[in-house]
Design a protein around this ligand. Structure first.
Ligand code: GDP
Ligand code: ZN
Length: 350
């Protein structure tokens, strides 16, 4: 368990009022000292975090839009502030060189993605707040696509209430049809992309108006895609051959990049190549919820039903066995059970 596990999607909003009233049994100090109300606080978007310094965007889409660097105020205590968070900042919010604003509160989050703490290859624990879409990038070849990896991303997205999208890159190297067949039963918008033939307009159309977190194993062409969508991003591409510390940082932290396209603006949240977001806390009912037709049938299931083929009295399994599901529902049940197995399997190994 880590402090990340304390975070919960439906946790009430963190703000300094909460912090202030929380009783601290160890402290014997009088609690008369009121913290300033921060009526002058401005709302800002956290674009990225680097060693305790937060780059924030103030007055987003307003006449005074600008970046500033901020630190967290003491009163936040250990409340994490992550890329995508909407925060309240006070102090010198001018963004002038050398200035430092203070983050005094966090607005209510609409979603939260966590990374399991068991991956040891990266120091940073990637967490993204307020994303409403997840664009999963896999390559048709080099590296070979793995269904299970995509399933894990899907489970993380569906659990967090985030709409998944799939991009298969490198279709110039291999035909992705057999791989894509695995996802037939899902409501999943799929894009295919090849060298010199990237569907930037279509992907741009899907990400305009949204905050989309891009995930994928390293080497799949995610940076190539991000750079094509957001040319000024200059994310390091190619295999890990980064020499300078600065370059390394650029590709190893999560950042929000503004997408500007013919169909509107949006946010591209680029993450380092990661294997998974923490699945230790997944609630299977969240996964079922996105299969609306099946969820309807499963209402009659016994409490705590796993909906897996061996589940006793599962109405979904019964409907399947009695041939009451149509072809598409059959495919969806298959996908659902595979995703639920992803979760169940993980549970066993915890
Ligand atoms: P990332 O690690 O996912 O960010 O991957 P990169 O964007 O750095 O790409 C890894 C390698 O794959 C680079 O050498 C790219 O030039 C190459 N690449 C990216 N997209 C394609 C593609 O559609 N087709 C082919 N053949 N190579 C690609
Ligand atoms: Zn069931």
């Amino acid at each position: 368990m880590s402090w990340l596990d304390d975070l919960d999607d439906d946790e009430p909003e963190f703000d300094e009022a909460d912090v202030r009233v929380r009783p601290n049994p160890k402290a014997n100090r009088p609690r008369t000292k009121r913290r300033p109300a921060h009526d002058d606080a401005r709302v800002a978007r956290v674009l990225g975090v680097d060693r305790g310094r937060y780059t924030v965007l103030i007055d987003e889409d307003g006449p005074d839009e600008h970046d500033a660097v901020a630190m967290r105020a003491r009163e936040l205590r250990k409340t994490p502030v992550v890329t995508g968070d909407r925060v309240r900042v006070v102090g010198d919010t001018s963004g002038a060189p050398g200035t430092l604003a203070r983050i005094v509160g966090i607005e209510r989050r609409t979603s939260l993605l966590r990374r399991s703490a068991d991956d040891t290859d990266l120091v940073e624990r990637i967490i993204v707040a307020n994303a409403d879409q997840m664009l999963i990038v896999v390559a048709a070849a080099d590296p070979e696509p793995r269904t299970r990896l995509v399933d894990r991303y899907l489970v993380a997205a569906l659990d967090a209430g985030i709409r998944p999208l799939l991009v298969v890159t490198k279709t110039d190297l291999a035909d992705p049809a057999a791989f894509l067949h695995h996802f037939d039963g899902l409501d999943l918008e799929v894009f295919t992309s090849a060298h010199n033939d990237m569907p930037l307009e279509r992907i741009g159309g899907a990400i305009a108006g949204h905050a989309t977190v891009f995930v994928g194993h390293s080497g799949v062409g995610k940076s190539t895609l991000v750079n094509a969508l957001v040319p000024e991003a200059r994310r390091a591409t190619g295999h890990v051959n980064v020499v300078t510390g600065r370059g390394r940082h650029t590709s190893s932290s999560t950042v929000s990049l503004r997408y500007v396209g013919p169909r509107g603006r949006g946010w591209v949240i680029d993450t380092p190549g990661v294997r998974s977001f923490g699945l230790g806390h997944i609630d299977p009912t969240n996964i079922l919820r996105s299969f609306t037709d099946l969820a309807e049938i499963a209402k009659e299931c016994p409490r705590g039903c796993t909906h897996l083929p061996d589940a006793p009295d599962c109405t979904l399994v019964e409907a399947h066995e009695e041939g009451r599901l149509d072809v598409s529902a059959e495919a969806r049940l298959d996908s659902l059970q595979r995703l639920l197995t992803t979760f169940a399997g993980l549970d066993e190994h915890r």
